[in-house]
Design a protein around this ligand. Sequence first.
Ligand code: HEC
Ligand code: HEC
Ligand code: HEC
Ligand code: HEC
Length: 449
Amino acid sequence: MRKLTLAMVIATLSCGAVAKPVQSNNEAWQSKYPNQYASWAETQETDAVIDLLEENPNLVILWGGYGFMKDYNKARGHQFAVTDVIQTLRTGAPMGDKDGPMPAACWSCKTPDVARLIEEKGEAAYFDPKFGALGHEMSNAIGCNDCHQSGTPKLALSRPYAARAMATIDQPFEQQDRSIKAAQTCGQCHVEYYFDKTNHNAVKFPWDNGLTAEDAEAYFDAIEFADWTHAISKAPMLKAQHPEYETWSTSAHADMGVTCIDCHMPKVTNDQGRKFSKHNVGNTLDNFDAACSSCHDSQSDMAALLKANKAEIKAAQAQAEEVIVRAHFEAGAAWDAGATEAEMKQALTHVRHAQWRWDFAIASHGVHAHNPGEALRLLASAKEIGLQAQVELKKVLDKHGVAQPVALPDISTKAKAQALMGYDREADQAAKDKFVEERVKAQWNTPLK
Ligand code: HEC
Ligand code: HEC
Ligand code: HEC
Ligand code: HEC
């Protein structure tokens, strides 16, 4: 009897120590943490929709045949993540649970409901379905439980695949100091990743060899992974996502222990004189006094420096693009003239590598602030490898008697470039509108912003 009671007491105690279930509803956290909640809600203020394909139609060609040629906007605030993943033409119009084109993994960095589902069902059962099959579960904006243990300020990684990746690079979350733990909460999403077809289409970070673009490239080459086959050049392509954690980790700031949080979530003081972390993450320069002034002198000098960095990166980007776009069309002309796979192999490998490095640099948002030197290094390398592709292609074109230079079509606008790729945007948009009305609004009841 006594023994039994003791066992019951132990059971009760250990039960009490078990973390509470994921609380994905952000509103449930509001009354206990009003300052964090209010500043978190301000991520709604970064609301502009900026069409990057319109700004730079080269992107349509470079991503030819892949989802990104359809639609690609600048990142908005965290509040919009669920809305934007539903609205983008890249996720299509899945009217039924089994319809494509995308897997459930596309929800992974959009909402704490993913943390809840993984906890409830396990990773495999979360990742197995298609994107559309889980829409009715996804309603909460990126929020508290993405980065905290349920109902508490304690930091936690809510995505087990991210926790595994951090262990892979010898930074296991539990063993890090407070500031790296904090940076890793961002690193659950602001990273390069792919969907592992050999494991339920689960998210995996390609970090087995390390965090640089070259490390990931070697990883993908070794497993012969391609995100897609390019529509013009037929090269086996890689798409970089948003490797912010990676490009930050090799920066001067990282060397000094300045992390994402120091700049994007500085401690500020509320009306009662109590300190709290500003949770709006965007508009970093508004934080200059709190976040930068201990090491940098002037906000206006900093704004000018950021502008200059941006311009320099843009110029290097344009140079790399000119070379790689041309290489795609030259490869297309070589295939048209009857080139063989063996003749094309070396050139296409160069195209793959050149574009990967270009993409890694430009897809890393804020790289002009985080690590401009790394962006310039990668873009120079992209151009260099792109030129090597052209050298190889010239041999093939010469062999098949193709007149050179190969003429390039008019790709001066997004519409022209998309038409050239045979993409019917209007039809896709009509299907999307129907999907949003009839499925998202009527069946899922998802609040769109
Ligand atoms: C993207 C990750 C992320 C999200 C989303 C997030 N937090 Fe935080 N939170 C942090 C980090 C990082 C810290 C700073 C920890 C530190 O300095 O040790 C923090 C700190 C806190 C603290 C400790 C006191 C303070 O202000 O430093 C509280 C309480 C808190 N957050 C509540 C919330 C609530 C409530 C929400 C949702 C409305 C939320 N957090 C959303 C990452 C996040
Ligand atoms: C659960 C995934 C996730 C986590 C965790 C996360 N982000 Fe984001 N972040 C996103 C997504 C997705 C977007 C783009 C949303 C959109 O465009 O609809 C974004 C956009 C942003 C933006 C651009 C918009 C703006 O407000 O300026 C910044 C800056 C940003 N995140 C910083 C951070 C920082 C800093 C952290 C860590 C404290 C963090 N994020 C944690 C997924 C995440
Ligand atoms: C030294 C300060 C600093 C550190 C450290 C830092 N950032 Fe930034 N971040 C900035 C600045 C400054 C900008 C650019 C703001 C601008 O130009 O308006 C920026 C831009 C961004 C953007 C793009 C926002 C947009 O509007 O496109 C994202 C996303 C982002 N940072 C995420 C992160 C993440 C994640 C980390 C950590 C892995 C991190 N940052 C580390 C200062 C920092
Ligand atoms: C703990 C000190 C520290 C803090 C805090 C800090 N920085 Fe820095 N930052 C440095 C140092 C040191 C360098 C390197 C200077 C060099 O290499 O000449 C640097 C370099 C930079 C660069 C130049 C990168 C380049 O190569 O052009 C930018 C941009 C920058 N910081 C932005 C910021 C912003 C924005 C903030 C605040 C949001 C910030 N830093 C906060 C120490 C800091």
